[in-house]
Write a protein that binds this ligand. Sequence first.
Ligand SMILES: C[S@@+](CC[C@H](N)C(=O)[O-])C[C@H]1O[C@@H](n2cnc3c(N)ncnc32)[C@H](O)[C@@H]1O
Length: 186
Amino acid sequence: MGFHTFDAANADRLENAERRYRYTSREELIAAIDPKPTATVADLGSGTGFFTDDISPFVKTVYAVDIQPEMHTYYKEKGAPENVEFVTSDISDLPFEPDTLDAAFSTMTYHEFATPAALATLFTVLKPGGRLVTIDWAKDGDGEAGPPRAERFSMQDAIEALTDAGFEITMQSNRPETFFIVATKP
Ligand SMILES: C[S@@+](CC[C@H](N)C(=O)[O-])C[C@H]1O[C@@H](n2cnc3c(N)ncnc32)[C@H](O)[C@@H]1O
């Protein structure tokens, strides 16, 4: 695992739409994933399903992957769309066959899971041409929200790690608080 895992006792905070959309919009996430109605996509560290809900209407299946069963319980009690499948797993140990996912994305979670083992697993389970969309708090961000800067990565850190894992970087953007990367499996 990476830095400390999100405290499930604070799950309600992830459902504050006004605050969440300040840092990541549904529009930019959908555009970056570029989902097809037949697609199988994974939300890595899905939490309460805040962004899983946004993506689910655009794909066939979305796997909500989280290491904490309490987060899945929260999402199930909130009510998940029918095409959401729950997977309780560490991202470094995903139970998917190689070359099965059309895309995967993580929002504000990369700093919690990013290890060479996790990125290698993601590279394996994505189909060739599959996209990995990563949005997270930037180490050089303004620090007005999110985890302490000592627990964040810079966009350059993430690009180097993703490149080392075999991905090609097809989009990158460093913003005031967050970075946004689209990496593609060749
Ligand atoms: C900060 S929350 C963000 C949740 C969601 N992505 C969002 O933006 O609303 C991070 C989530 O990632 C999960 N998580 C952390 N490390 C993980 C890992 N190695 N494998 C799977 N899930 C992980 C945590 O349990 C938590 O639910």
